[in-house]
Write a protein that binds this ligand. Structure first.
Ligand code: PHE
Length: 523
């Protein structure tokens, strides 16, 4: 306001050091005062109310010792003040003087006081020789403190500098002129156009704050990877470095045929019950699969074939065509294996499955003509759904990690070897295998890992060699074996992040902040 009022009456402020700031007795000549003024100038400049030029100057300011002299007087003045006047009282010995005002002050002060003719000797002691003094040193420092300089000039300034009572400082002062938006009102400029301003018409006369295109923006709250996605990425990398290709697994909805029948899961199997599987009500039914393949699958269930007795249980086409949320990613693996066997069936390989095979025929190596089979190593990591009772470790949806290897004459030892390497890469050194049962694999193995923190063996996955009842209807040659293993993504993630309730990892109770702050995973 002072700047605006001064400009209003004088049109220009040549030197801001001549302004007298509110509440101050003297002109604003110190560098602190000019810094205060600069703040106001920049604020007015941003509103185009003023323009200013900067001038650089060298100024002076008292040191700590100089500031002490301002309060207590110079060394020589303090010497003078404690001495008795000549002819009155006992003269003070130099030893007494040192005791009175300190060694340093006494030493420096005595010399100067003598030189100024303020004190003299009387016997062995010291006395005042004048009744009044003018403490020039103190007055000079006071002038420096007030104005940043001395009228007396550079010689005296240099002397005070040498005595370390003042220091040189770089300072600024300013010349100020009116700007295009000059006014004497410091009312805050508007930053937003409001409905009120538009309806009242006040927008016409309001002053507006200018956009600052140089300002840095507020950092955007970027997305963060969920721990499950971080662990997924690590597991995906393990598969990729072991030469596996990722299967397409985007179809959450499958038919009973692909989720169960093609895998030789009997139609009466409890996993297919309503309590275990979510079925779709609209639409209810899937499109029919390839009729010849369908026939081969239904036949092996009902009557057997390929050397198998089958289940010899009634076959229901309705059960097969029911749409459901896939209960395992093995449904997608079955699709891929069926495609992989296309050439063996005498069909041409669908374009999208070419990239998933290893391309070279292994038939010649086993002394046969090319039967169309190409080996493959496939994996997937995706979501599955089960009608589970939910608790601390179970949700109705979770993620499965699945690896599938197809080649001629694979053995159980190959499967075990693969899994040892795979789990070792996940940081799990100690694994054990236990015979188990799956409708679609024989033999089947449950995988247990030793958990050093829990100090016990925990189940980490399930595996097996796919049955000929599943592979042969697809058209695979008899010597082709396919083995696979599966595990959940949630179990290793919870272990990795020390989480014991799945609800803190997935669902509405998860803390977004904890998710954002979760560290990266490296197995
Ligand atoms: N589909 C099995 C499961 O849901 C895992 C598995 C995959 C088993 C492949 C054997 C072969 O547990």
């Amino acid at each position: 306001q002072l700047i605006l009022d001064t400009l209003n009456s004088q049109h220009v402020i040549e030197d801001t050091r001549n302004l007298v700031l509110p509440g101050q007795a003297v002109a604003a000549s110190t560098s602190e005062d000019q810094i205060t003024i600069l703040g106001a100038l920049n604020s007015l400049l941003s509103r185009d109310m003023i323009q200013y030029e900067t001038h650089e100057v060298v100024t002076h300011a008292p040191t700590a010792e100089g500031a002490q002299i301002l309060k207590e007087g110079s060394h020589e003045a303090r010497v003078w003040s404690v001495l008795p006047p000549k002819g009155h009282g006992t003269p003070m010995t130099p030893v007494q003087l040192k005791k009175e005002i300190g060694d340093e002050t006494a030493k420096v002060g005595q010399g100067r006081a003598f030189k100024n003719g303020w004190i003299g000797k009387e016997g062995d002691g010291l006395v005042k020789t004048v009744s009044e003094i003018k403490d020039v040193t103190q007055l000079d420092i006071q002038e420096v403190a007030n104005t940043g300089t001395l009228k007396a000039g550079e010689k005296v300034l240099a002397d005070l500098r040498k005595r370390k009572l003042i220091v040189q400082k770089k300072g600024q002062w300013f010349t100020v002129r009116k700007g295009p938006q000059f006014s004497t009102s410091t009312a805050k400029p508007e930053t937003d156009l409001t409905v009120d301003m538009l309806t009242s018409g006040s927008w016409k006369t309001a002053s507006y704050k200018k956009y600052n295109f140089e300002a840095e923006g507020i950092p955007t709250a970027g997305g963060a990877l969920h721990p499950l996605l971080k662990v997924r990425e690590e597991i995906r990398n393990i598969f990729l470095e072991m030469g596996f290709a990722e299967m397409p697994t985007s179809s959450f909805v499958e038919s009973g045929f692909w989720c169960f029948d093609a895998l030789f899961v009997p139609q009466q199997h409890p996993a297919r019950d309503l309590q275990d599987t979510f079925y779709l009500s609209d639409p209810k039914e899937s499109l029919p699969p390839n009729p010849e393949y369908y026939k081969r699958v239904s036949t092996i269930h009902e009557f057997g074939g390929y050397g198998s007795a089958g289940y010899r249980a009634p076959w229901s086409p309705e059960e097969s065509s029911k749409l459901l949320l896939r209960t395992h990613t093995t449904a997608s693996s079955a699709h891929m294996l069926y495609k992989l066997a296309a050439k063996c069936r005498g069909e041409s390989l669908e374009d999208d499955s070419k990239e998933f095979t290893h391309g070279t025929s292994t038939a010649e190596a086993s002394g046969k003509t090319d039967d169309g089979f190409r080996p493959a190593k496939l994996f997937s990591i995706d979501r599955v759904f089960r009608n589970e009772t939910m608790d601390a470790t179970h949700l109705a949806e979770f993620h499965q990690v699945e690896g599938v290897v197809a080649d001629r004459n694979l053995t159980l030892a190959d499967l075990i070897g693969f899994m040892r390497v795979f789990f070792q890469k996940m940081g799990i050194e100690k694994v054990r295998f236990k015979p188990a049962y799956n409708p679609y694999t024989e033999p089947s193995l449950e995988i247990f890992a030793f958990h050093p923190m829990l100090d016990r063996w925990v189940e980490v996955g399930n595996s097996g060699m796919f049955r000929p009842e599943m592979l042969e209807p697809m058209g695979f040659p008899k010597d082709v074996r396919v083995h696979g293993w599966g595990l959940s993504l949630e179990r290793p993630t919870m272990i990795r992040y020390g989480i014991n309730n799945i609800r803190t990892l997935v669902g509405h109770k998860t803390s977004i902040e904890a998710i954002e702050n979760s560290p990266a995973v490296m197995f």
